[in-house]
Ligand binder design. Structure first.
Ligand code: MLT
Length: 211
């Protein structure tokens, strides 16, 4: 089902597995609400899937925030969009009766998830950030104690270099998150290793006590 909530076109799939946490799917540049549904089903079988479309258009390609150039972000827009996405997640939790979700974001979707973790620490139970980079040079001094975060970077990624992802890992750790940063032999595109790491992480996070 594709629907609209708080101005976000999105797709929602009901969960079937008792005790599973919902997954917030956040696509990369040029994707939409359908892109990561199959990935979500494999990574988190039986979980409810909530998949919004990025509301910003860059030459017709949906994104979750504006950028000024490749890898150069409009940080005021990042903050504003992170707040709006947090509003959508809050509304969707009420509408669909959901617990706080784990974000599963790729590229631009991973970057907005990272921004939301630091700007609106109450919104997510955890996050899988695939090919993420620093979205905010000086993020808010949020406290996210124990929030589990998996970052997966590719050794040959020209868009989100491992060194930049390592800075993001530090920002998140400084705010208390439990960060696992894994580096796989890949470029910006996802591989089976990403899927396996994400699935193991989500399984473990679902068993951990609710935050
Ligand atoms: C971004 O947010 O711009 C990403 O890191 C790169 C992309 O989405 O192409």
């Amino acid at each position: 089902m594709t629907d609209d909530l708080e101005g976000f076109t999105h797709r929602f799939e009901q969960g079937s597995a008792a005790g599973s946490l919902p997954i917030l799917l956040l696509h990369g540049t040029g994707g939409d609400e359908n892109d990561l549904i199959d990935l979500g089903r494999v990574v988190a079988p039986g979980s409810a899937l909530l998949s919004p479309r990025g509301p910003v258009l860059e030459h017709g390609m949906p994104r979750f925030f504006r950028r000024l150039a490749e890898g150069v972000f409009d940080e005021a827009d990042v903050k504003r969009r992170a707040d709006e996405l947090a509003g959508f997640v809050t509304a969707a939790r009420q509408h669909y009766a959901l617990e706080a979700p784990i974000a599963l974001g790729f590229s631009n979707g991973a970057n907005i998830a990272a921004a939301m973790l630091m700007q609106r620490p109450d919104v997510l139970s955890g996050a899988v950030l695939l090919r993420a980079m620093v979205p905010l040079v000086n993020p808010p001094a949020a406290s996210i104690p124990g929030t589990p975060v998996l970052l997966v970077s590719g050794t040959q990624d020209p868009i989100a270099p491992t060194s930049n992802a390592a800075q993001l890992a530090s920002q998140l750790r400084e705010r208390g998150a439990g960060v696992e940063h894994r580096i796989v032999p890949a470029g910006h595109g996802l591989t089976q290793a990403d899927v396996n790491l994400a699935a193991a992480f989500v399984k473990a996070a679902a068993k951990a006590p609710a935050l």
